[in-house]
Every structure is written in structure tokens, then in C-alpha cells.
Write a protein that binds this ligand. Structure first.
Ligand code: ADP
Ligand code: MG
Length: 290
């Protein structure tokens, strides 16, 4: 089987969970599967962007290297010395539309939650701040990824039996120019990039691991309920009814719908603390075609 694993930015903060996922990815690989990992970078890119006045594309490139090396080291150490350096990091660009509406109406939360005072101060400095279910966060443009520039390199690495860590943080966002690519000051949601990568590489499963047990209806209310198995058409109806928050769970749900509807294959959203149960579909939200 060929897997694309989308790894929530929060997993990288809780070091224990990152090790657990890397061990599981190593096991999947050892039992003959192709494995690609797309990690998030929300907390890191948020922290960097408040320190450095660089384009979000450049900051994403930085986090691809930093988080990538952490993941590849852990995977290689679980695989042991004989098969060392099986995990390969691809610094990956994704193409976005230069005039995407996200550039005028940003939606993606990055960085940590802010106190009301911090939110007001950052707003005064020109940052876009929004109030979400759990508090205030900075939001930045998050256009849809249309293409993966390094797709061929990723496929070549899979063919030569590497575990591929690619498109970290959703990929370095670029737009097409006359001569090549220009950097876009944006952060692409890694859930959408995971889905695009899974479709382009003809993966059998898209698994999005995050810090909750899956997609809930009536989230953060008394009637909150985990969706365990759902058809893509039922899930579309729940999207319409507004159950999933923009910028956090909605991209995961839409990414899974896109994958399932285009490929006829299963996608799963589950808790990164129990990867083995999520992969066996014993936990999490399992999205099936139709
Ligand atoms: P990741 O780093 O894994 O991408 P996100 O913060 O982007 O994590 O998305 C996961 C978050 O989505 C959860 O922590 C939860 O607060 C939020 N969320 C919003 N709506 C829902 C929902 N309907 N079901 C589950 N989680 C939801
Ligand atoms: Mg997210």
C-alpha cells in the first residue's frame, strides 16, 4: 500500500507523539509499504514570523529543513543502522494562484493562541488577527495548492524505496512567472497539499493525524459527537451544515473529500497519539467513497 500521512503541527510540539508516529511510519515502511509524510508547521512558522521579517515562503522552507531533519533522524534510528538514511527530505514548492482571494481575505491561523491584549497590539502592528473557538490567533493567506513542483523527485525517491518527507508546512508557496517561480507570502494548508500529493502519486490511503480524535459534529458543544464512518456524500452535507471550523478541521475534511471522490479510496482523520489504531481504522473518522 502507498500512504500519505499528514502530520499536524501540534505533533511536533509534543515530542512523545512525534517519536510514536515516526516509529509507526518506520514499521509501515518495513512491512513493504510506500510512505510519504507531510508535516505541518503552524506553530513554528508563527513563532518565526513574529521574529523575522521574511516572506512566509522562506520561513516555510526553513521549517521544512528543521522539522524534516527531526523526522528523518527519528525514522532512520527506528529502522536501525543497517538501513540508515532511508528517510529523504524533499524541500518542496507548491504552485498557488497569484491573485487568490486569500491574499485579500486571509483564513489560516498560525502561531500560538494570543491573549486579548496581545491580539490588540499585533492588530495595531498591521497583522490580521481573528477570534476562533478557543481564542485569538494570527491569520495569514492560505491559497489552494494547484501543483507540486518537485513531484518527479518525490516519485523517484519512492521508486528507489525511500520514505519521503515532502511538502512540509504545506509546501513553499510560489506562483508561476514568465521565467520560473516567484515566492508567495502565504502558507498553504498541509491538509490540502497532502491530498494533492496523495492523488498525484496514486496513493491508496490519505491519513491525517491531529490533536483530536477525528471530525466531530457540533464540536465544542454539549451535543458534540465524533463521526466514526461516513460516506463522502454524507460528509458533504455536514460541511454544508457548518460543522467544521474554517482553517482547522474544514481543510482536513475537504482534503479527505477531494481524495476520496477523485480516487475512490479511503481517507482517515485521527488522533496522532494512537497512530496504530487510526491506521487500522479502529479509531478516528473514516471517510469512504460515495
Ligand atoms: P493540525 O495542526 O493537526 O492541522 P488544526 O488546529 O489545524 O490542527 O486542526 C485541529 C483542530 O480543529 C482541533 O484541535 C479542534 O480544535 C479544531 N476543530 C474545529 N472544528 C472541529 C470539528 N468539527 N471537529 C474536530 N475538531 C475541530
Ligand atoms: Mg491545521
Amino acid at each position: 500500500m502507498r500512504y500519505v500521512i499528514g502530520l499536524g503541527g501540534n505533533a511536533i510540539i509534543g515530542k512523545g507523539s512525534l517519536a510514536r508516529i515516526c516509529r509507526y511510519a518506520a514499521e509501515l515502511y518495513r512491512s513493504g509499504n510506500d510512505v510519504m509524510i507531510v508535516h505541518g508547521n503552524g506553530p513554528e512558522v508563527g513563532a518565526l514570523s513574529s521574529l523575522e521579517n521574511k516572506s512566509l515562503a522562506i520561513l516555510t522552507a526553513q521549517t521544512q529543513a528543521e522539522i524534516g531533519i527531526e523526522i528523518s533522524d527519528k525514522i532512520d534510528s527506528f529502522l536501525g543502522v543497517k538501513s540508515a538514511q532511508k528517510a529523504a527530505i524533499v524541500i518542496t514548492r507548491v504552485v498557488v494562484k497569484e491573485h487568490d482571494s486569500e491574499f485579500t481575505n486571509p483564513s489560516k491561523p498560525i502561531g500560538r493562541f494570543l491573549s486579548k491584549g496581545e491580539a490588540i497590539r499585533l492588530k495595531e502592528r498591521g497583522f490580521c488577527i481573528k477570534k476562533l473557538i478557543h481564542g485569538y490567533r494570527r491569520v495569514v493567506p492560505s491559497p489552494m495548492p494547484l501543483d507540486i513542483v518537485e513531484l518527479k523527485q518525490i516519485e523517484d525517491l519512492l521508486d528507489s524505496k525511500h520514505i519521503v518527507i515532502a511538502a512540509g508546512g504545506g509546501g513553499i508557496s510560489v506562483f508561476k512567472t514568465k521565467y520560473g517561480f516567484g515566492l508567495a507570502n502565504a502558507v498553504v494548508d498541509k491538509d490540502y497539499t497532502s491530498s494533492l500529493l496523495a492523488i498525484k502519486t496514486r496513493a491508496d490511503r490519505l491519513v491525517l493525524l491531529t490533536n483530536v480524535d477525528g471530525a466531530f459534529v457540533n464540536f465544542a458543544s454539549k451535543e458534540s459527537r465524533l463521526i466514526r464512518e461516513v460516506s463522502s456524500s454524507e460528509l458533504r452535507a455536514l460541511v454544508k451544515a457548518g460543522h467544521f471550523e474554517k482553517g482547522s478541521m474544514l481543510p482536513k475534511v475537504m482534503a479527505c473529500l477531494n481524495f476520496t471522490e477523485k480516487t475512490g479510496k479511503i481517507a482517515v482523520i485521527g488522533n496522532l497519539s494512537r497512530p496504530e489504531r487510526v491506521f487500522r481504522e479502529k479509531m478516528g473518522t473514516v471517510i469512504v467513497p460515495v
